[in-house]
Write a protein that binds this ligand. Structure first.
Ligand SMILES: [Zn+2]
Length: 171
């Protein structure tokens, strides 16, 4: 139940992440398009109070929303000072991310307490959404649909309906 309710959102986030990756691999100078995809991904997650998977989150620049690909948009260095850690530097804005190399380190989502916290948080946010304006989130997601549709490079498998919407605009 819980998973299927947000299935579309997760599919879209996955797609946007892959679109950003493909864009950058094909042309590393095309950072603006990649940023747009990642910014959209973050908006989707924020609206629906969904957690971006840590593996995704660790490859997104916190300052400029660029997807960090080692050797393309970021550098990776292992530092031994203090405690051994990895430094991931965004080449566009020079913002650094540091990850510990500790063996027993566990991400928050890997800890059992996180599940309880997530459940109670989701309930709270759902109540808030019902109490406030229920229409806004729908409108915003429609806006996002349009934005994504108008990007030609990401139309991997657009449905026939989407294409039918785009065609009249061009003519
Ligand atoms: Zn950056």
């Amino acid at each position: 139940m819980k998973g299927s309710a947000n299935r579309d959102a997760f599919l879209r986030m996955n797609f946007l992440y892959q679109a950003a990756h493909t864009t950058l691999v094909q042309n590393p100078d095309n950072t603006q398009v990649a940023r747009f995809y990642i910014a959209t991904l973050k908006t989707v997650a924020k609206r629906l109070v969904l957690r971006i998977h840590p593996h995704m989150k660790r490859t997104i620049c916190k300052r400029c929303d660029l997807l960090l690909i080692p050797g393309v948009t970021a550098t990776v260095r292992v530092r031994a000072r203090r405690e051994q850690h990895t430094v991931l530097t965004c080449l566009e804005c020079k913002r650094v991310k540091r990850f510990t190399s500790r063996d027993d380190y566990k991400l928050w989502v890997e800890q059992p307490e996180s599940q309880q916290a997530a459940d109670s948080k989701k309930q709270q946010s759902r109540q808030k959404q019902f109490n406030k304006k229920p229409n806004t989130s729908q409108q915003d997601s429609r806006k996002l649909d349009k934005l994504v549709e108008t990007q030609p490079s990401c139309s991997g498998k657009g449905s026939d309906q989407q294409r039918a919407v785009i065609v009249p605009k061009k003519s």
